[in-house]
Design a protein around this ligand. Structure first.
Ligand code: XMP
Length: 310
């Protein structure tokens, strides 16, 4: 049985030892993993930690404001970095999922690297958890926060890496979050991938497509909050389908809704959501997003699918 209190005690000691006299930077996305890792390091080294929220333009509606507010409320000093333009620039012309991950990862680390340089910091916190390491090692997909496994030498970026959660699976990360006293809106938060909505726009990522999937995501989340499922989201397809809008034919966008039950994301079941909920989601998505003419529900488990489409 995992003992969160004991884990925290040991981690604080280890973090202090690793950090020594250095200062530390943590890119906090507001997800469970990176926020728990950030707060744990904050508890261990206090003012030596500088938290940053990198606004890559790929987050959910209202996310930058939400994350900055939460960090402030728990006493972590944080800076928002507006990096939207740079991220959209590197996605230009990229359609392959792993190429997009690589582009995200490189842009992420060069943005973080610049911030670290400005602050004269050489130690960075990563919210890597055990599932990230397993999937990357297996070659299923390269998680953006598993550097060593994908042949990136952190020294190339001039960092020491601190990964306090790398031995934990998600349920234990949540226990640590609760034990640390993080608000439930963080400790119980739905998992969300590091490269964010870029993985949920199939094909090339553009600001226009992100805006569509962001709105669809907001609708899915609003309509499924009560389900208690593991992950609920929307995906924008790269192809189009025929539909009717304002009595006219429209060759428009397709959105797939994916809602899964899972323990630690290693396997997952497509959730048996009440049909009325799905109908309401389809109605709202096609009414509130002018270009969407079709809404589908994914009924595949993991395996053979993965949770994300990319
Ligand atoms: P898959 O799609 O592999 O997802 O079944 C398993 C869990 O990992 C998340 N995921 C990612 N997280 N970077 C991340 O930080 C990524 O590149 C990435 N790809 C998938 C996914 O949302 C699910 O919770």
């Amino acid at each position: 049985m995992f003992d969160a209190e004991m884990f925290i005690e040991n981690s604080l000691e280890e973090i202090r030892k690793t950090v020594g006299e250095s200062r530390v930077i943590s890119a906090c996305s507001g997800g469970v993993d990176s926020t728990v890792a950030t707060y744990l390091v904050h508890k261990a080294v206090g003012e030596k930690l500088v938290a940053v929220f990198i606004d890559d333009g790929l987050r959910r509606e209202g996310e930058p404001e939400f994350v900055m507010r939460v960090l402030k409320s728990i006493g972590v000093k944080a800076r928002l970095i507006d990096a939207k333009e740079g991220f959209f620039a590197v996605f230009k012309g990229k359609t392959d999922a792993e190429e997009k991950r690589k582009a995200f990862r490189e842009q992420f680390y060069s943005t973080l690297g610049r911030a670290a340089e400005e602050e004269k910091i050489t130690c960075i916190v990563q919210g890597t958890i055990k599932a990230d390491v397993i999937e990357t090692v297996k070659g299923i997909k390269s998680q953006h926060n598993v550097l060593s496994q994908i042949g990136i030498n952190p020294e190339k970026y001039g960092y020491k890496i601190l990964e306090p959660l790398r031995e934990l699976f998600k349920p234990d990360v949540r226990k640590v979050g609760r034990q640390l006293g993080l608000p439930p809106e963080i400790s119980e938060r739905m998992p969300f991938p590091g490269p964010a909505l870029s993985l949920r726009v199939l094909g090339e990522v553009t600001p226009e497509k992100i805006a569509i999937v962001r709105k669809a995501t907001q609708i899915v989340e609003e309509e499924t909050r009560q389900l208690g499922t593991f992950q609920n989201f929307a995906v924008l397809h790269n192809d189009r389908a025929t539909g009717i809008k304002d009595d006219k034919r429209l060759y428009g966008n397709i959105i797939t809704v994916r809602i899964v039950e899972s323990e630690a994301a290693v396997t997952a079941k497509a959730a048996q959501v009440p049909y009325e909920t799905l109908m309401k989601i389809a109605a709202r998505i096609t009414q509130e997003i002018p270009t969407v003419v079709r809404c589908l529900y994914d009924i595949t488990d993991k395996p053979p699918s993965t949770i994300e489409f990319e």
